[in-house]
Ligand binder design. Structure first.
Ligand code: HEC
Length: 143
């Protein structure tokens, strides 16, 4: 019952977040345009993650903390949205998806903190955990 409530809550939260064009495009689909939009959102978000994490990694490899800051913050800014998304695969395991998104957010926050404190070794270790968290979510919800 709790899970049903949570899902209902998430669906309505997602409804508020999708842009109006998407709503009208999917609104005709009686099978649930909202879930569609949440999937699209995720699909659109991932390339941002991909580019930003590559930039962050190469900046950390070079020891360039100033260059790592921007991409780390871009990933961080997108993570709260990630929790409002839905994967295509294993859609019903939404609780697990939220858990993975939340622990992902923690790893990104910690990386950004190390970067802001100019702690390169700390940032590198923390960033490895970010990559592990990307992979952990993909292994269940993408691959
Ligand atoms: C909480 C889950 C989750 C996390 C964390 C996550 N991803 Fe994804 N990612 C997905 C899912 C689900 C897909 C499949 C997209 C779909 O279903 O539309 C995906 C797809 C992708 C794709 C393929 C493009 C696409 O849209 O299919 C790339 C590239 C990607 N992710 C990169 C990353 C990177 C880099 C990170 C970490 C910085 C990351 N992701 C973190 C869930 C996640």
């Amino acid at each position: 019952m709790k899970i049903l409530l949570l899902i209902a809550l998430l669906l309505s939260a997602g409804m508020l977040l999708v842009n109006p064009i998407e709503v009208s495009a999917h609104g005709k689909d009686p099978r649930g345009g909202t879930a569609d939009a949440q999937m699209k959102k995720l699909h659109d978000m991932m390339p941002v993650f991909s580019v930003a994490s590559a930039e962050c990694e190469s900046a950390l490899d070079k020891g360039d903390m100033a260059a790592a800051k921007g991409p780390a913050n871009r990933i961080l800014a997108a993570t709260s949205d990630l929790k409002k998304c839905k994967p295509h695969k294993n859609v019903k395991q939404h609780k697990k998806f939220l858990e993975l998104a939340t622990s992902f957010e923690k790893t990104v926050t910690s990386t950004a903190d190390f970067i802001n404190n100019d702690d390169l070794p700390g940032a590198k270790t923390a960033f490895k955990k970010v990559e592990e968290a990307c992979a952990a979510c993909h292994s269940r919800f993408r691959d």
